[in-house]
Ligand binder design. Structure first.
Ligand SMILES: [Zn+2]
Length: 377
């Protein structure tokens, strides 16, 4: 489908939705009122940022740095750096090439999880990462949604078999960024009635509706128990603590686990549709534990660009502008009912939380710089 047509359909869809009464649980969403046009253009972050959630191909350093500079992003954490012999060397070379601004987290190999010797091999990977100066370990959603336990079953996020690996990460002083589960709608039937249908239609493989998968709440419970089990290990819960639909639940884990942080990546559309007063209170209360992130993916091919999600076509220049502008506008303005950064994630609007400069400085960059020991002005 030509890009123009996709955009036309998206705009039409938004217009139709805007004319229709919203179906939303009582009290869970912000009231929709027409808002005055923003006065501030929100062309870049108001304060220097650290993007703790990116996927960068090491072959596109100049383009990535150009995008970061344009948005006032000082550092980006590359979560796609792999492990020794599987991308890590290239990612470390990119870190040097970028003057230390593109910072890799490493991974372990989940493909043979639970097999004989796998725990020891995973610990050895983390040892190698730390020895190479890597600061963090990224765990993708395959843990909980795909990896096996070597006995023919699903490997639970809180399976005790993994305890020594997490304890080694703590001993190595690594920070672990963990993605568990996915948007709750991905676990609902994959039909046009699903609020994430636009995205699921393009990516049917993202659906976990099949009963062969665990349910959303089950994975989230496993994830929470994992965080609570390792008080010495610093965790970052990806995508607003993997539960942007339930800020109360996120808040409860933050309150119980001082070692726990969250990133905002790819979920401004989701947490941005809660009551802005409630979300503003959330960000004020947890202003030292929230880390800015986007889920920006930049490949070697100039068309290979992910802005929190992907559609049928690469994003247009207008969509790129909208992504960044709506992101900054959410955190910096008190505007109501405006377009969110990622149209394919759903046909609704968000309302800004208007954070004060002192809070923005922490959430955008200072918290991550402190956690990851990055030089910071
Ligand atoms: Zn990601």
């Amino acid at each position: 489908m030509p890009v123009k047509r996709v955009r036309h359909l998206l705009l039409l869809g938004l217009a139709l939705v805007a004319c229709r009464p919203r179906e939303r649980p009582a009290g869970a969403r912000s009231p929709v009122r027409p808002s005055a046009p923003a006065v501030t253009p929100y062309t870049r972050a108001a304060f220097p940022a650290v993007d703790v959630h990116t996927h960068f191909d090491p072959g596109a350093t100049a383009r990535q740095l150009g995008m970061m500079d344009a948005q006032n992003i000082r550092y980006a954490i590359n979560l796609s750096a792999g492990w020794a012999g599987h991308g890590l060397e290239e990612a470390l070379a990119q870190q040097r090439e970028s003057g230390g601004r593109i910072v890799p987290f490493c991974m372990i190999d989940w493909r043979n999880a639970g097999s004989e010797g796998w725990v020891a091999a995973s610990i050895a990977i983390l040892d190698g990462c730390a020895a190479a100066g890597v600061r963090g370990w990224k765990i993708p959603k395959v843990l909980g949604l795909g990896a096996g336990d070597g006995r023919g079953n699903r490997l639970h996020v809180d399976d005790p078999m993994l305890d020594p690996v997490f304890e080694r990460a703590a001993a190595l002083n690594l920070v672990v960024l963990i993605h568990s589960g996915d948007p709750r709608a991905f676990f609902e039937p994959n039909t046009p009635a699903n609020e994430r249908w636009d995205e699921l239609r393009v990516h049917p493989a993202w659906s976990f509706a099949d009963p062969m998968f665990p349910r959303w709440a089950e994975i989230l419970g496993e994830f929470e128990r994992r965080v609570l089990r390792h008080p010495r290990l610093r965790f970052i819960g990806a995508h607003f603590g993997n539960a942007a639909e339930e800020p109360d639940r996120v808040e409860s884990l933050l309150a119980r686990a001082p070692n726990y942080f969250i990133d905002t990546s790819a979920r401004v559309p989701e947490f941005g549709r809660h009551d802005p007063a409630r979300m503003r209170a959330f960000f004020l209360r947890w202003q030292d534990r929230v880390l800015f992130g986007t889920d920006l993916g930049v490949g070697a091919d100039p068309h290979d660009l992910m802005l929190g999600s992907t559609g049928e076509q690469p994003p247009t220049a207008d969509e790129i502008t909208r992504f960044w502008r709506s992101t900054w506008r959410y955190f910096e303005s008190n505007d109501r009912a405006f377009e969110h950064p990622t149209p394919i994630q759903g046909r609704w609007t968000i309302s800004g939380v208007g954070l004060a400069p002192a809070v923005l400085r922490k959430v955008y960059g200072a918290n991550a710089a402190r956690l990851l020991n990055l030089p910071w002005p």
